[in-house]
Design a protein around this ligand. Structure first.
Ligand code: AR6
Length: 168
């Protein structure tokens, strides 16, 4: 059984084995969580990302998949980068969002991570409605047994309440 915890705050301040980044396919940085992780984690993360792009991820990381790098100066051993789907009102992409959580846990678990911290993937720039994003996140993680503890780190009260409602 994976224990699920909720924290209100900044993901980049967490002490865990693996911190999950809501990245984009380029892996070369962006805004939101991604920008915050690269800022606080320092240049070693981007160097690793560039190496991955030069090696087997020449076309970038596909949506729904995950890959690990160093965590640089963050208080973690790895950053697991995953690419959430952009929300669409006409196409159901929830399978891809669930895949982000599942694949991130798989990658983290293979490395030996026991504690993993997630943001609410796709619920910022990518426009996923928070309640539905929280439902998919909690359902997917609750069905997984890869790691001992998952911490959802929610930036604001609204996000925290959406996740808390799913756990009740
Ligand atoms: N800690 C925890 N949560 C945060 C933090 C933080 N430091 N900063 C933002 N959030 P987003 P996405 C919340 O936009 O929707 C980037 O440019 C935020 O309030 O970071 O998956 C990438 O490069 C929201 O609820 O990720 C991609 O291009 C959630 O984290 C694109 O954004 C996710 O918001 C990915 O968009």
């Amino acid at each position: 059984m994976t224990a699920i915890e909720l924290v209100r705050g900044d993901l980049t301040r967490e002490s865990v084995d693996a911190i999950v980044n809501a990245a984009n396919s380029s892996l070369l940085g962006g805004g939101g969580v991604d920008g915050a992780i690269h800022r606080r984690g320092g240049p070693a993360i981007l160097e690793d990302c560039r190496r991955l792009r030069a090696a087997h991820l020449g076309k970038g990381l596909p949506t729904g998949q995950a890959v690990a790098t160093t965590a640089g100066e963050l208080d973690a051993r790895w950053v697991v980068h995953t690419v959430g789907p952009v929300f669409s009102a006409t196409e159901d992409r929830s399978g891809l969002l669930a895949s982000c959580y599942r694949e991130s846990l798989r990658v983290a678990g293979e490395l030996g991570a026991r504690t993993v911290a997630f943001p609410a993937i796709s619920t910022g720039v990518y426009g996923w409605p928070m309640d539905d994003g929280a439902r998919i996140a909690v359902e997917t993680v609750a069905a997984d047994t890869t790691v001992e503890e998952v911490r959802f780190v929610l930036f604001d009260e609204r996000a925290y309440e959406a996740f808390a409602a799913q756990l009740r």
